[in-house]
Design a protein around this ligand. Sequence first.
Ligand code: ADP
Length: 319
Amino acid sequence: MTNKEKTVLITKNGIRHDGRKKTDLREIRFEVGILDRADGSAIIYWGKNKILVAVYGPRELHPKHMALPDRALIRCEYRMATFSVTERKSPAPKRREKEISKILAEAIEPAVFDYLYPRSVIDVFIEVLQADGGSRCASITAAALALADAGIPMKDLVVGCAAGNLNGEVVIDLDDVEDKEGQGDLPIAVLPLSGEVVLLQSDGVFNPEQYKEALDLLMDACQTIYKLQREAITNKYAKITEEIIEPVEVEPEPTEAKVEKKKGEKTEEKKETEEKTPKKKASAKKAKSEQSEESEKKKKTSKKKEKKTPPKKDEEAKE
Ligand code: ADP
């Protein structure tokens, strides 16, 4: 086989191989609360990434010796499905998955009020159904939504995004091709309200100017993603409120005139109901008269019997 042609990662005009500009994000979409069994859940569609997150807890921790006396343990499990990449991925957790699980748990911790649940555990299961670069950033972004969906008290959501170095140009949100063929990858996660950085990794080459530019662009990108995240969670709760709460009309206190009118309405209602149910009454009357006729008949027959069979005492007296 001949060597694959190298992809043009970025043109002189700053257009990337998939048509995006330097600061363009791929399309991001969320769905929240999609798993019934989990306490909280979310799925993120970020470019071609499809990542499902389920949250359980706070709940009792097993094994107990792992319990933390002053806060909840946040346990993350990042897994890539065997079918998530073109070549079959081994189902056994590899070093990369263990590393990502660890750094994601550490990035989530600062956002959660974990001191409220000492000795318990909050489990975050992350299943990458389809991977296309930037899966750790997408995972943490979805995990924050799933935690919020589980009703876990949080300081803020967490947003992740990566910057990259493509032939000396700093770009935002690398896909799989850019991640593999580019010269640098800089994933970060932040708490968007405070700007606190909770994850920062660096792979490849960035000079100080590129590093600074990457961080500035990432902060803006994280704010954009944060808006989408908030929309997703508020949309979910807006739907629930629509379903649960029916609009309640508060009636004004009735004035005297209104009360009289109401009385009038009632008598009219009575009339109406009487008009509506004459058949029932007629049939009831008929049944009553039939009953009384029958009872009268019975009485008559019993009298006749009495006449036919005079009392024994009289007969005895005659004898
Ligand atoms: P991230 O997904 O956070 O960018 P990496 O930089 O480690 O994490 O991986 C980049 C991309 O490489 C992944 O998103 C995925 O598309 C691909 N990849 C990761 N692991 C494998 C694997 N075992 N087999 C094939 N592709 C993989």
